[in-house]
Write a protein of this length. Structure first.
Length: 408
């Protein structure tokens, strides 16, 4: 902080760098000293060249090579550190206007159809070494992939201090990534982007792409992440994929996944709150509206609720590989189910995953009793304060839980 804040009277200290920044033109004495010094340096250089010309000539080539190598190294370092490759702007596909009844569709559906083919967007923030590099990513046992919009700062802060804290759990590593797009326009967009940059400088845990972070772009966000994973973290054992307003008992997740791995026999895993025998909602007023122009069938394949699910790294790569031939559907959890079905895989139900919430019977019961959550893997959804308190309550060493006399 300045010794003399703005608005406070006082004499500022002299600028000791003035002569170096602005030159020597203001001070005659300095000009004379500089001239003498230059002459002495020049004479010394001539003497050195005279006596050591042989040594310099033999090392000249080596010096030039070293400089070239250094310049190449610096250039490659800059290229390596800048992971944002120029991506051509994706133009809208006007041929979709020929789709039957296109003009009668809501604007958000029209926009989706116009840009449905766009699968690549510039990266604004990246963490390419989150997993220690592609070849070392097998050290990551559980990678937490958390969907988070820029405005949700308070949620991210609570997660970093609770269930999403990067740590060793039962001898294996848990790592964390938040995935995000952009929000707002103009100054609002700049402010929110700056917020994420500030967080990134402190935590190094955000991947952000330059696309509008909306509900209808959740599937795009998922596919962009899977592309990132193929490049930077292909050997991670397992992933948790979910929202930033869920309560996740990540220590329980690790134990469940370690048990799955010990059993061996299969590489595929996709577990959560299983949803099946449901189809698209055709009402335009619904948030989940999917017209026939986007999805003709009356039935979705089985899928797990998008609030949160667990999958193996192998299954993640299979989903990404199959996504290339399946047009984007705005409901991201359904789209995951579509990719699984294309690969001949099925999702499975886990009783510890409650993306529809935990329903506690009775009015005289604390719905946030830690004993209800201690054995769960995931419950959706919670406010940040509720999540912070619950995390510490279930990890209280003095917590004692009696057997429940009812079913949650």
């Amino acid at each position: 902080m300045s010794k003399f804040p703005v608005g406070r009277p006082g004499k500022e200290p002299p600028d000791m760098t003035e002569g170096f920044v602005q030159g020597f033109g203001k001070r005659p004495f300095q000009r004379e000293v500089c001239a003498v010094t230059s002459a002495m340096v020049g004479t010394l250089m001539l003497v050195t060249l005279f006596y050591y010309s042989d040594d310099l000539s033999t090392s000249d080539n080596k010096l030039q090579i070293d400089i070239r190598n250094y310049e190449c190294h610096m250039l490659s370092s800059v290229r390596e550190s800048s992971k944002i490759d120029p991506i051509p702007r994706c133009e809208r596909n006007i041929s979709v206007e020929q789709i039957q009844n296109f003009s009668s569709l809501p604007t958000n559906i029209k926009d989706l159809l116009y840009y449905r083919h766009c699968r690549h967007f510039p990266m604004l923030l990246d963490v390419p070494n989150k997993c220690g590099g592609a070849n070392a990513s097998s050290d990551v046992f559980l990678l937490l992939v958390i969907k988070s919009s820029a405005v949700n700062y308070d949620r991210r802060e609570v997660l970093r201090k609770t269930w999403a804290k990067e740590r060793l759990s039962n001898g294996v590593w848990i790592r964390r990534i938040f995935i995000s797009g952009t929000m707002g326009t103009g100054y609002e967009k700049k402010r929110l982007n700056q917020l994420l940059k500030l967080e990134q400088s402190k935590y190094n845990d955000i991947i952000q792409w330059d696309f509008k972070d909306t509900f209808y772009n959740l599937t795009l966000k998922q596919m962009l992440f899977l592309e990132w994973m193929e490049r930077n973290c292909p050997q991670a054992h397992f992933l948790f994929n979910g929202d930033d307003d869920v309560f996740a008992n990540t220590d329980n997740m690790v134990m469940y996944l370690q048990n799955f791995e010990r059993k061996g026999g299969r590489k595929h895993l996709f577990a959560g709150h299983l949803i099946y025998n449901v189809g698209p909602i055709r009402s335009p007023q619904s948030k989940y509206y999917v017209p026939e122009q986007l999805y003709e069938s009356k039935l979705y394949p089985a899928y797990c609720g998008g609030g949160g699910f667990l999958l193996s790294g192998y299954t993640a790569s299979v989903i990404y590989a199959n996504s290339h031939s399946i047009p984007i559907l705005p409901i991201d959890d359904v789209y995951m189910g579509m990719c699984l079905a294309r690969a001949g895989f099925k999702p499975e139900h886990h009783l510890g995953v409650r993306t529809a919430g935990l329903h506690v019977p009775g009015k005289n019961v604390d719905e946030f009793d830690p004993c209800f959550f201690k054995e769960m893997l995931l419950v959706h959804r919670m406010l940040s304060g509720e999540m912070y308190t619950l995390w510490h309550r279930i990890h209280d060493p003095d917590l004692r839980c009696a057997p429940l006399n009812f079913r949650l």
